[in-house]
Design a protein around this ligand. Structure first.
Ligand code: ZN
Length: 457
């Protein structure tokens, strides 16, 4: 505030109060000597008129030190330029406002001069309503270095210096830069996010620089929102983790922190009014659906919503399988994946398995075959109506025909036909890839597996 109070002596004509002179003095770093005079004194009590000439006469409560004498010379050189009006009485003047009155707008402009970061354009990209307002405010505080980190609490003498170390690593002073960027735990969280999108990123020294870089995101409209929100969410997740460790002695793993970032993102995406077809479970299983999401294309390649093949839940008391296959022609590997969900979209079972190298339609049949086998093995599942959804039109056609299909698939096709017609209350339907993101991700991850993975959830 001291620097804000700089006044232009030319504005002081027509009467001047000591407060005005003080403001000028304080603004020039001359506050020490003045602490020894009555700061509420009027100008008229701090000097005298000799004819038409005004002389300053300042009394000090203590003897001035050599440094004070230098400051006093400086002070007198400043107030020496002030022209006093003998006919006017003292009054308050707030020079930064052209009307002489204090206003929020005027002090904001003054603050901008002393700290360009406070309200410069960089914050405009913060207040977008992508996360709850309290999180926006939290991030704003973090960017300004106003959070009560341990480093700050030590500076304020609230905690002893021995307690200043980072709540995560205990090896560095805890300030915003270390806590949110440079600590090992924080870096891992940022790099996990970058790795999701195959991005190489050198984290800058300061949080403000990271925020500036972050907002140079060139993506489509939906993913841009995801990207911007994630900056706030990562900061918030790290801060919550820090508080949980400090106050509750609860520690989350790296994976749990990553899941919390995605979970919060999914919660808050719901408030954006963008059509986002995936549940939080699906996003955590396959975060890439945040980018490939067809909601993203809404503003880029407008398409009628009825053409978008979104996943839809099965009717009540029914379960739905989505299956898919993936090939890696370079390594001659194939894999299948599948997910079973109930009418609320809850995951019930997932599998992700490497299989012998097959062409894609055959691999898709293999995926359906595996889902049928799992269903037959579970009374809970096979007592309900089942829907098998695949994005392979050929695989669905072969399964639904009484005969036909590639000869090498005869065993699997006959097994599926028999199960559908004799043992299960089920149907097999074809649906576009957009509805199959989870199964697709499971199939792709199966390429890297050595063994079958299956889980009941
Ligand atoms: Zn640390």
């Amino acid at each position: 505030m001291e620097q804000v109070l700089q006044l232009d002596p030319r504005l002081m004509g027509g009467g001047v109060g000591f407060q005005d002179a003080e403001a000028e003095i304080v603004g020039n770093g001359l506050v020490d000597p003045l602490e020894d005079v009555n700061q509420l004194a009027s100008v008229s009590s701090l000097g005298f008129w000799d004819g038409s000439k005004w002389y300053w006469s300042l009394d000090w409560k203590r003897a001035l030190r050599p440094r004070d004498v230098e400051d006093l010379d400086h002070l007198l050189s400043i107030v020496g330029h002030v022209s006093l009006d003998v006919s006017s009485s003292d009054k308050f003047i707030w020079a930064p406002d052209k009307n002489g009155r204090f206003s929020v707008s005027s002090i904001t402009k003054e603050l901008d001069k002393t700290s360009p970061m406070v309200s410069s354009d960089i914050f405009k990209s913060l207040w977008k309503g992508l996360v709850p307002h309290r999180i926006d405010i939290f991030v704003w505080f973090a960017l300004m270095g106003k959070l009560n980190t341990k480093g700050k609490l030590v500076r304020l003498s609230i905690i002893p210096p021995s307690e200043a170390s980072c709540s995560f690593c205990k090896q560095h002073i805890e300030d915003e830069e270390h806590l949110f960027i440079h600590c090992e735990l924080s870096r891992k969280l940022w790099y996990w996010w970058f790795a999701l999108w195959d991005i190489s990123w050198v984290l800058p020294r300061s949080l403000k620089d990271l925020f500036l870089q972050w907002n140079n995101c060139h993506a489509d409209c939906f993913f841009k929102k995801v990207w911007k929100a994630t900056f706030c969410i990562i900061l918030w997740t790290l801060w919550k983790e820090r508080n949980a460790r400090v106050f509750s002695n609860i520690v989350c793993s790296d994976k749990q922190l990553q899941d919390m970032v995605l979970l919060r993102l999914c919660w808050w995406i719901k408030g954006w009014q963008d059509p986002f077809p995936y549940s939080s479970n699906e996003v955590m299983l396959n975060p890439k659906c945040l980018k490939g999401c067809l909601a993203a294309g809404r503003n880029v390649n407008p398409a009628p919503s009825h053409e978008i093949p979104l996943w839809s839940p099965p009717p009540q008391s029914s379960f739905k399988w989505n299956t898919d296959a993936s090939l890696d022609p370079i390594r001659s590997r194939s894999a299948i994946g599948g997910v079973l969900r109930d009418s609320f979209g809850n995951f019930m079972c997932i599998f992700s398995c490497p299989i012998p190298h097959l062409e894609i339609n055959s691999a898709e049949v293999y995926a359906l075959f595996r889902a049928v086998k799992i269903s037959l093995s579970s009374p809970l599942i096979n007592s309900n109506h089942l829907i098998f959804e695949s994005d392979s039109a050929n695989a669905v056609k072969w399964c639904n025909e009484r005969s036909g299909g590639p000869w090498n698939l005869n065993f699997m096709l006959n097994f599926i036909r028999s199960a559908i017609h004799s043992h299960l209350n089920a149907k097999i339907i074809h649906k576009g890839r957009g509805s199959n993101a989870v199964a697709d991700a499971l199939a792709k991850s199966g390429i890297r597996r050595e063994n079958d993975f299956m889980a009941w959830l």
